[in-house]
Design a protein around this ligand. Sequence first.
Ligand code: ATP
Ligand code: MG
Length: 670
Amino acid sequence: MKIPRAGLLALNPEQRQAAEQIHGPVLILAGAGTGKTRVITTRIAWMLANDIQARHILAVTFTNKAASEMRERVATMVDQEEAKLLTISTFHSLCVRILRESIEKLGYKKTFSIYTQSDQLGLIKKIIVRKAGKEENLDPKMAQMLISRAKNRGIPVSESEDALISEVFRAYQAELKVLNAVDFDDLLILAVRVLEQSDEARAFWRRRYRYIMVDEFQDTNRLQMDLLRLLVGDDQHICVVGDDDQSIYGWRGAEVANILEFERFFSNPKVVKLEENYRSTNAVLSLANSLIRHNRNRREKTLRSSKGDGEMPRILAMPDAETEADAIADEILTATRIKNRPYEEFAVLFRMNTQSRLLEEAMRRREIPYRIIGGQSFFERREVKDLLAYLSMFLNQDDDVSLLRVINSPPRGIGDATVTAATEFSIEKNISVYEALEDLEFLSLLSSKSQGAVARFTRFVSGYRDSALTDSVNYGAMTEALLKELNYTDHLRKTCKDPEEASQREKNVRELIESMYHHQGRRPEKGLRGFLDSVALMQDREKEDENPAPGVSLITMHAAKGLEFHTVYIVGVEEGVLPHTRSVEEGTRDEERRLLYVGITRAMRQLTITWCRARRRYGEPLPCYPSSFLKEMAPEWMLQEDFEVLAKKPATEEVAKDYFARMREMLGSK
Ligand code: ATP
Ligand code: MG
C-alpha cells in the first residue's frame, strides 16, 4: 500500500488501526480529545493514498463550523485538486445535494427553492387568511410550530388539535409543492423518502458514496440514522465516531441509543477504543472524569493524558455576574499584555445565550476583540430587536423601519394589505408610514375594522411618546409596562418552536431590561435616547468585527462541541443554571452533566469555573448557589478560591516585575 504524504505517522497504534480499516463498519467510541476527528481526517487521506476516488468519500458532521474545520484539516494532508472532490458537509447540506439530483422522483422539480423560516411564515399567514372563517383564529407562528413538529414526527397534524390547523397544514404542503419549494424540515424528510422509495435513487447514491464517515455520531437523531442506513451500501463501508458522554441534544430527538446499538444496524463492526487524550492536562481530565462518573447508563472508559498534571483547575466564587465578567476580561487582558498570549487561545463558555451580554460588554470596554460562536450577538436577537424597535419608534414615529418591524409583532389586526397600502400611500405623499396611518384620506380607504385597528395603534404609540422623550424617565420600568401591555411573554410562547426557545427569549428580554436599569444607574442624565445610542454604537462596532478577526471566543457549551482552547472559563455554574432548573422536572440532569463535561474537556491547559453568589433580577440582587455538580467533582483536582479574598491580596512580585518589564518594552526603554 502507498503511504500518504502526511498523517498516519502522527497517529498512535489504535488510531492508526481505525484509520487504516477502510472496509466494513467501524465504530470508534472514545472519550473527549482522543483524536476521533483526527482519525476521520487522516482516514480520508489514507483512502486517497490507496486510490479510492475522492468523489466516493463522504464525511458528515453537525455544524458548518465543524465541517469547515474538517475541510481545513484534510486540506493540509492531501492534494488540493482531490480535496475539492471530497464531500465534507453537514446533514442538511448533504440532503440538499441528494435532492438537487433526485427530487424529481418525488414529483418535485430539480429547481426547487428552499424556504427559510420567514418565507415559511409568510406562506402560512396567507393560507390562514384564506382558510379561516370569521370566528376562527389561528396564530401563524403557532401553526408553523405545529406543522414542523408534525412533519418531524412523520405524522399528520392531529385532527383533534382543531380542524383549521389540519386544513392549513394540508394546504401548506400542497402550496409548497405548487411553489416548487421545500422548507428546512423537508430537506431531511424528503431525502430519506426518495432513498426509501426509489430503488434507482438509492442505487445511484450508494454508488456515489461508497465510504461514509460520521463525526459526533452520538448526536444523530432517528431521521439522520435512517438516512445513513439507506445510504450505506451492502458492503457497509461506514465509520462512525462518537462519545456517549458528550451526547447533548436529547431535547432535539438525538438518540444515544444509536451509538449504543450501532452493532444492530451494521453487522460485526470493528470496534476501536481510544484512551489517550492528547488535548488536556491530567488535572483537567481528572476533574472531567470525576464528574461524568456520576452518570448512569454509560460505557465505562479510561482516559489518560499525555501532557502531565499541569495547572490545577480553579473554582472561583464571584460576588455577582458583573464582577465575574470584569474579572475574566481583566485576566485575559493581563495575560495578553504581560505574557503576550494571543486572544484566540481564550474561550468563555456559558449555558445560555443570555449570559453573553455582560461578557460582551466587559470585552468591549477593554477593547478586547471577541467573537460569538454559534449564537447571534445579544442585540441581534429577534425579541431584543423588537423591543428596541418599539422604543425607537416611541422616540421617533417617522422611523419606518422600526415601525414596520413592530406594527404586527405581536399581531394587532392590521393586515398585510393595510401595511402595504400605508407604505404605498406614504411613498406617494412623501410622508412617513406613521403619518400615513394618521392621515384622514388614507384612513378613508380602509374598512371600518381596519380603521379601528390603526387608530388603536397610533393611540398606543402616542401614549408612550411623551414619557419616552422625558430624559428623567425610568425607561427600564417603562419597558416593563410596555411588555405587559403587549402581552409580550404570551406572544413569545406562541411563536417559539419549543418551550426551550421561548424561555430563552424570555430571559433575553429580562436581560435587556436588566441592562437598561444598569445603564440608567450609571448615566441617569442621558435618558432613553442615550441608552439606544449606546446600543446602536455597539452594533456598529459589531459590523466591523464581522470579518473573521481573531479574538476571544464567547460560546455556548452546545456550540463548543468538538473545539479546543488553551484557556477555558466556564461561567455561571450555579444551581438552576447548570443544571438548568427545567432539567429537574424533565429528568435531564444527566444530559446537563454531559454538557458540563463537554465544557471542561474543551480546555487544553488552563480551566477556570466560576459561579456567582448573586445575580440581578430587575435591578435587585437575588442569591445564587454553586451548582451541585461542583460538589460531585474531585476536590483534589481543584483549587477553590473566592474572588473577593483574592482581589484584596497584593499582586505577586513576579507578576508585577513581568508587567513593568513589558511596560518598559512597550515604551521603548531598556
Ligand atoms: P472531541 O471528543 O472533543 O471531539 P476528538 O476525539 O475528536 O475530541 P480531536 O479533536 O481529533 O479529538 O483531537 C484532540 C487534539 O489532540 C487535537 O489537537 C489533535 O490534533 C490532537 N491529537 C490527536 N491525536 C494525536 C496524536 N496521535 N498525536 C498528537 N496529537 C494528537
Ligand atoms: Mg471531535
